[in-house]
Design a protein. Structure first.
Length: 401
């Protein structure tokens, strides 16, 4: 599996450094950055295995099969059987060497609680080899150890599996409980550090507790009570010797609605270089409200978040294209790391537009290099538009469907 494999013919022109190949057995410290746009799909989807095997969504690299919010209580038994059937089909293809694990996206199952996790583990058995791990909703210090002890046990049995907790419960968003809860959660995650692939933030549940829902022409960072909570999550979990990769929250829109505010996605960067097709592509992004998603991904990155929960395949390419490291970022990071032993304290950037301070920017540089391994590095004068416009030029549209 590799990001932008769909663009193999043009990858040499667009990339200074190509994305790496990865699968579930890639070292955890690298794999944690490879989630990208993680597509949610309901466990009731009967043709899921067929979609994966036939590469229906060429940009799909990670997916989460949902047994929680996407499945009604009365559908649960049917969802179990459908999940089992899909995993059996994929497992059989692996066993018969029709597929390799490297041809599969990273596959996770979101369970409802530790009890259901135990049930799913027993149901799937050896078919867990298909999975990269499980996703734990409403993760807290009350249930966290019960989730992760089962993951640890499966790894002791020889399966390579990770857990991805979702922070979305009231003890995290309610301010009077937040710091105590987050510190206790950090202690649990530190204890099971080798099994924690990624920490996710469930802002839909946070908003629901207050009867709030962001509009399509706003971002989650405009919801002040959620922004405040995200800041505290980053503060507690992205420091000390146990730093966790934290993913950005879901973008929940994918169809046209009435827009009140003008799009902030400017025309000029598209039309100056790409002319009419650039303008048409920008209009597609705006009409599908992907411009709002892209703005939120920019804000995620500024705040140190990497990865995004995706609910529609049309979001995969725009999101993943934004995680590719720019040539300027890569040269800055390279310079900082090369001078991190104290040879130089501060140095003008290669692009001669900023000063790089070696000590304060060291962790930033390390994270940039991790992103560069996973998503690649754009060639000079290339950026996210290059991949999006290449898709539009060669396939007649920006999005798969």
């Amino acid at each position: 599996m590799r990001f932008f494999a769909h663009h193999e013919q043009s990858v040499d022109e667009i990339f200074f450094k190509k994305p790496m190949y990865f699968d579930k057995y890639t070292p955890r410290e690298d794999l944690a950055y490879c989630l990208g746009g993680a597509l949610y799909m309901p466990a009731t989807r009967s043709n899921l295995a067929h979609e994966i095997v036939t590469n229906k969504h060429p940009h799909l690299t990670s997916m989460i099969i949902d047994l929680e919010d996407a499945v009604g209580d009365l559908e649960l038994e049917s969802a179990f059987q459908t999940l089992c059937g899909n995993m059996t089909e994929i497992h059989d293809l692996l066993t018969n060497h029709v597929l390799t694990i490297g041809q599969l996206p990273l596959i996770f199952v979101r369970v409802r609680n530790p009890e259901q996790l135990k049930e799913i583990i027993a149901l799937l058995g050896d078919r867990q080899q298909v999975l990269t791990g499980y996703v734990f909703p409403k993760f807290s210090h009350h249930n966290g150890a019960a989730f992760f002890e089962q993951i640890a046990e499966q790894n002791r049995l020889g399966y390579t599996l990770y857990g991805m907790p979702i922070l979305e419960s009231d003890d995290v968003i309610f301010k009077e409980h937040r710091f105590e809860s987050l510190i206790k959660i950090r202690e649990i995650l530190a204890e099971y550090y080798e099994y924690v692939l990624n920490v996710r933030i469930g802002t839909t549940d946070f908003c629901g507790l207050f009867g709030i829902r962001r509009r399509v022409d706003s971002t989650i960072y405009d919801v002040t009570i959620v922004r405040d909570c995200i800041a505290d999550i980053i503060n507690i979990l992205n420091r000390t010797e146990h730093r966790f990769v934290i993913s950005g929250p879901v973008w929940e829109y994918f169809t046209n609605q009435t827009r009140i505010f003008r799009s902030t996605l400017r025309e000029t960067p598209f039309t100056q270089r790409y002319g009419q097709i650039g303008l048409e592509t920008r209009e597609q992004l705006v009409n599908e409200y992907v411009d709002g998603l892209m703005r939120e991904v920019f804000l995620d990155q500024i705040n140190g978040l990497i990865g995004k929960t995706i609910i529609h395949p049309t979001h995969l390419l725009p999101v993943n294209a934004l995680y590719v490291v720019t040539h300027e970022e890569y040269l800055d990071a390279e310079s900082i790391l090369a001078n991190s032993e104290g040879q130089v304290g501060v140095k003008k950037s290669e692009y001669k537009n900023k000063m790089n301070e070696m000590k304060p920017h060291l962790y930033w540089a390390q994270r940039i290099m991790q992103r560069a391994k996973a998503y690649g590095v754009y060639a000079p004068n290339e950026d996210f538009r290059s991949l999006i416009l290449e898709e539009a030029t060669h396939h007649g549209k920006v999005f798969d469907s």
